[in-house]
Design a protein around this ligand. Structure first.
Ligand code: ARG
Length: 457
């Protein structure tokens, strides 16, 4: 088959080279974006008089038809045609002849592929944003459902201070909200049109780049053809956004894997989201959570792969850039697959309240509340810390809780302690006294919940 670029060549391409250089196996996925970009380009060419209105109409209609064929899986892809751009152009020429031969006027595959990728990323960002909103809603619903429940809060995975379960759920809302913010920032920078930058230098033809930008919903037209025809910063940014989402999911998954263990016993997972063992009949494994944790590797790797790909590339387009698609698509598909499952797991899991409540007395979760009680009675913070530390050691040797100490014992440690100390001892008191902005007590948590409900409604 004759190559679109075959004019100056005398001999055929080695078939191994065709297989080595093809990208159609990967970039066929860009077909809908390529078609949209080409239709906008044809409309612009007609407006500036580079093609006739009839030619525009037949190009637009034939592209629609080709698009439908690809969608239905009826389109024949062939390695010799290299990439999606060549496939669509050659199918167009096959169908409408000379009008099709005019489509590539004033553009190159370099600005074309950059345009396709930007349209793809824009849609991908919107999809991920919607999935993140669904996940946030799942967390907010849990916060509502587990409103009264208290959880041990950890640092270093050691029991630290108690918080309301709702506070815990809403912590994840915050993380995923920052992810949404990062995506919208990434979208703003990605939404700049490369189309018409042509190969690298622009063109002598009277094209109207602002018009194609507008038709394709770009906010701006890129101001430097040399830069934009080879810029892939937006892919690195997007991959980073994806990898941080994956890292947030992974931390959550790890936490729940621990909570699901016999050692913790904090969590029940629905059968639908666990799997069994082929040899140990009693097993129920949190495989889905483990894979959410494991698949994070792909998203993180994509950032590295893209950065290494770009490192050391001179301006402008280099064929290396064709290697941008596998990590991009893989990271995106991976994160989508995790986000599609996560809300159902969040909604379907049960915190095992009896077991959690039963063990809230362990680990001196009220020690900080007692220390702050002393501070409020004028004891310097460092001294209060020391006094409570000694009381904890005392309890540990007796095998009791702070709340089990008698008033005499407490007053022997510090004479500022009064009867009212009982109002801060015990886990539920230790939560009740948390009142600072953003803290895990009931007042501030109710405020958070209200804010999230409003934001996500
Ligand atoms: N398949 C190529 C890619 O994905 C399209 C651009 C090819 N441009 C070129 N000058 N060979 O990067």
């Amino acid at each position: 088959m004759a190559k679109a670029w075959g004019g100056r060549f005398q001999h055929e391409t080695d078939p191994r080279v065709e297989r080595f250089t093809e990208s159609i196996s990967v970039d066929r996925r860009l077909a809908p974006y390529d078609i949209r970009g080409s239709q906008a380009h044809a409309r612009m060419l007609a407006t500036v008089g580079l093609i006739s209105d009839d030619e525009r109409d037949s190009i637009v209609a034939a592209l629609d038809e080709i698009g439908r064929e690809i969608e239905r899986g009826e389109f024949q892809f062939r390695t010799e045609l290299e990439d999606i751009h060549m496939h669509i152009e050659s199918a167009l020429i096959e169908r409408i002849g000379d009008a099709g031969r005019k489509l590539h006027t004033g553009r190159s595959r370099n600005d074309q592929v950059a345009t396709d990728l930007k349209l793809f990323v824009r849609e991908a960002i919107d999809r991920i944003d919607g999935l993140l909103a669904d996940l946030q809603r799942a967390f907010v619903e849990r916060a509502d459902r587990d409103r009264e429940m208290i959880l041990p809060g950890y640092t270093h995975l050691q029991r630290a201070q108690p918080v309301l379960a709702a506070h815990y759920w809403l912590a994840y809302c915050e993380k995923f909200d920052r992810d949404r913010g990062r995506l919208s920032d990434c979208r703003r920078r990605a939404n700049v049109s490369p189309l018409g930058a042509a190969a690298l230098a622009g063109t002598s033809l009277p094209i109207d780049r602002a018009y194609t930008a507008e038709l394709l919903g770009f906010d701006q037209t890129a101001a430097n053809s040399l830069d934009v025809s080879s810029d892939r910063d937006f892919l690195v940014e997007f991959a980073f956004c994806l990898s941080l989402i994956a890292v947030h999911l992974s931390g959550w998954a790890e936490e729940w894997i621990l909570w699901f263990s016999t050692e913790f016993g904090f969590l029940r997972l629905p059968d639908a989201y666990t799997t069994g063992s082929s040899i140990m009949p009693q097993k129920r494994n949190p495989d889905v959570l483990e894979l959410i944790r494991g698949k994070t590797a792909r998203a993180i790797a994509a950032v590295g792969q893209l950065l290494v790909l770009l490192k050391g590339l001179p301006l402008a387009y280099n064929r290396d850039l064709q290697e941008d698609k596998p990590p991009l698509f893989d990271a995106y598909d991976t994160v989508v697959s995790c986000l599609e499952l996560a809300p159902a797991i969040v909604a379907g899991a049960e915190l095992v309240e009896e077991r959690i409540a039963q063990r809230l007395d362990e680990g001196f979760l009220d020690a900080t509340a007692l220390m702050e009680y002393l501070i409020q009675r004028g004891v310097p913070m460092r001294s209060a810390h020391e006094i409570v530390g000694r009381l904890v050691a005392d309890c540990e040797s007796k095998g009791c809780r702070l709340a089990d100490l008698s008033l005499d014992e407490l007053q022997a440690a510090c004479d500022r302690i009064g009867e009212d100390v009982k109002d801060v001892l015990g886990t539920s008191n230790a939560v009740r006294v948390l009142t600072s902005y953003g803290s895990g007590g009931s007042g501030p948590v109710a405020e958070q919940l209200e804010r999230w409900r409003e934001k996500l409604s």
